[in-house]
Design a protein around this ligand. Structure first.
Ligand code: TYD
Length: 140
């Protein structure tokens, strides 16, 4: 995976939603909805209007992105095709296998992007240069 990942390998996952009159509750469980072991959780918040995030790809990292609050757009690029997902449901996650360039934008005010990740933070796992990413994707 990684080099050969295609946009079609991404999908939206529905997490269980416990709906009650006094509020909703969603749980996310390793091995049930998440096809990897979660080793790290981070979240983006206080993103100023008009700003974008991402602008990179990962070599080995599996992730799930969740719009815990508000909304934002994730645009994915596998080197051949692009697809945008508008995330706005706190009970839905976007599964991102490694090997995809991603850009995040159109953050609504007060939005929170939570990311469940399979590995600890490692700058060596990043492509931050688009041309290097494309060269890697097209190499045998
Ligand atoms: P980056 O992954 O580029 O964030 P985004 O995709 O939201 O634009 O990370 C931004 C900065 O935060 C970068 O300097 C690395 C640092 N960082 C950590 O220290 N730990 C982490 O777990 C993550 C994801 C990033």
């Amino acid at each position: 995976m990684g080099k050969t990942t295609k946009i079609a390998d991404c999908k939206l996952i529905d997490f269980p939603k416990n709906h009650q009159l006094n509020g909703n509750l969603t749980s996310i469980t390793n091995g049930i909805e998440v096809p990897f072991d979660i080793n790290r959780i981070y979240y983006l918040y206080d993103v100023p209007g008009g700003n974008s995030r991402g602008g990179h790809a990962h070599k080995d990292l599996h992730q799930i992105m969740v719009a815990l609050s508000g909304s934002f757009t994730v645009t994915l690029d596998d080197g051949q095709d692009k697809k945008s997902f508008h995330l706005y449901q706190p009970y839905q996650g976007l599964l991102l296998p490694p090997g995809l360039w991603r850009d995040l934008d159109t953050f609504s005010s007060g939005s929170i992007c939570m990311v469940l990740a399979s590995e600890l933070y490692d700058e060596e796992d990043y492509f931050r240069n688009y041309e290097e990413f494309i060269a890697w994707k097209s190499s045998k």
